[in-house]
Design a protein around this ligand. Structure first.
Ligand SMILES: O=C(O)CCCC[C@@H]1SC[C@@H]2NC(=O)N[C@@H]21
Length: 276
């Protein structure tokens, strides 16, 4: 709990973030007229908060963004640490009833990558990368929505704006981090604040997820392929399997071409790139 008044920088940053959320709400007013938007200075985790609300029956579409998270979480129970010098963290929550859930995180990745600078790519299943460095990630969690057939899906997005220092305990096969300000500099563009990115990314994400709900992953397969950072690389899956990454299947599994020439679908796991 905060005991001192927010610093002026926090106030300005929160206003900018809020302006981005309101702009996203405007963009989405036809698709999601009841979208609730909220921006907070501090929270444990935007994903955790929307899931808590859904469990108590608050299942309306929501966009929640935060300047700081004390318990941000990533995939596989890992912590997600925001860069204090510049970060974007938001979650979109909405009741969802897709024909098939597989591929949702890949669709979210495609939508985000398309709204980010041109060189941003996707590392299966849901890392946003730039020149083999991690810019951000996506964490999707769902909960049963009381009284309705749909589940409530919470799609959390964390993006570095500033480039984080490499943590000393980083595993050797983890991707080194990158930040969007650095990407903008490399493209000769000025850096943009978290609110500006939120206004672009949240609508792109919601529009894609709504389309996924009715059409599934298959129409996204080619778009994913065009953004696939792993295509043609030697990879190792966290379960020990190795091979060459060969795109994704029509339901979003990673196609792994093994040494004996077979292609096996990998439904889940962590992927590390091996030296050639
Ligand atoms: O790369 C990953 O493992 C996914 C990271 C997802 C982090 C975001 S930040 C906003 C939302 N709230 C969380 O606690 N996690 C997601």
């Amino acid at each position: 709990m905060r005991t001192s008044p927010p610093a002026p920088d926090d106030v300005a940053a929160l206003q900018a973030l809020h302006a981005g959320a309101v702009q996203a709400q405007q963009t989405l007013r036809t698709l999601l007229p009841d979208l609730h938007v909220e921006t907070v200075a501090h929270i444990d985790s935007t994903n955790a908060e929307l899931l808590r609300r859904a469990r108590t029956g608050l299942c309306q579409p929501a966009l929640l963004a935060a300047l700081a998270q004390s318990a941000g979480r990533g995939r596989h129970g890992r912590p997600w640490v925001m860069v204090p010098q510049g970060s974007l963290a938001f979650s979109v929550g909405l009741p969802l009833q897709p024909v098939e859930w597989s591929g949702l995180s890949l669709v979210a990745g495609v939508a985000l990558a398309r709204a980010l600078p041109p060189d941003v790519r996707l590392k299966w299943p849901n890392d946003l990368v730039w020149h083999a460095r991690k810019l951000g990630g996506i964490l999707i969690e769902t909960v049963a929505a009381p009284g309705v057939a749909a589940r409530y899906a919470v799609i959390g997005v964390g993006l570095n704006l500033a480039t984080p220092a490499l943590p000393p305990q980083a595993p050797l096969d983890a991707l080194p981090p990158a930040g969007l300000h650095e990407v903008a500099r490399a493209c000769g563009q000025p850096p943009e604040d978290a609110g500006t990115w939120l206004a672009r990314l949240a609508p792109a994400l919601v529009q894609a997820v709504r389309r996924f709900e009715t059409e599934g992953f298959a129409p996204w397969q080619a778009s994913y392929g065009a953004l696939d950072a792993l295509a043609g690389l030697r990879v190792r899956i966290s379960d020990g399997r190795e091979g060459v990454a060969d795109g994704v299947t029509a339901d979003g599994a990673l196609r792994l071409r093994t040494a004996d020439g077979r292609v096996v679908p990998v439904q889940a796991g962590e992927v590390s790139v091996r030296p050639c």
